[in-house]
Design a protein around this ligand. Structure first.
Ligand SMILES: [Zn+2]
Length: 193
């Protein structure tokens, strides 16, 4: 429905990120070839400047508000798309119900279950950049991330990249997972809704 500002062309920065291996080799496969429509709009009048993205409950569109592309913002919003599609119900249940996954006090993840799940997803995907070698740190930084790391290990493109199963995930660079952009740099304090 026609709610909010009209979309405008995506910035070159966003176009470059959406054309990168993170999206074309990883997110496309993880989401079964069906990505949402990505668009850029102006913020609505009531939105503060730190709101970087928005995904409606239907999960069919993702709106970005800044010209500056951010892998973290993209992955956070894709966490909402994942929720809309009910792709990982067991991981979601564990994130919101297991006491070990309780969000940090004052963190954005604490604001709602949906945001907690999206934050955990974004951190788990960032860990994928390192072949999940930092999974313990990921869980400490963003409680609940470990649930999505476990889930991702069974999903394309991560699943096939991890063979043979007994091999350490951090043993070698993994084909098919080419994360070119530094996920974590600058991600602190970036707020996506
Ligand atoms: Zn959010």
């Amino acid at each position: 429905m026609g709610f909010g500002p009209k979309p405008k062309p995506l910035s070159g920065d966003w176009q470059a990120l959406l054309a990168s291996p993170l999206v074309q080799d990883t997110l496309v496969r993880l989401f079964g070839g069906q990505l949402p429509v990505f668009q850029q709009t102006n913020r609505l009048p009531f939105m503060s400047d730190d709101v970087m993205g928005m995904t409606p409950l239907a999960g069919d569109t993702v709106s970005f508000y800044s010209n500056a592309a951010s892998p973290y913002v993209l992955l956070h919003e894709m966490g909402h798309v994942l929720q809309a599609r009910h792709m990982a119900p067991m991981a979601e249940a564990a994130i919101v119900s297991d006491p070990k996954n309780r969000p940090k006090r004052g963190s954005y993840a604490e604001t709602s279950d949906d945001e907690h799940i999206s934050e955990a997803f974004a951190r788990a995907m960032a860990s994928g950049r390192r072949g999940f070698a930092d999974s313990t740190e990921a869980q400490e930084e963003q409680p609940g991330a470990i649930e999505f790391i476990r889930w991702l290990l069974g999903q394309p493109p991560f699943h096939q990249a991890s063979a043979p199963a007994q091999q350490s995930m951090s043993a070698s660079p993994q084909t098919g997972i080419a994360f070119l952009l530094p996920f974590l740099a600058g991600s602190k304090g970036v707020l996506a809704r």
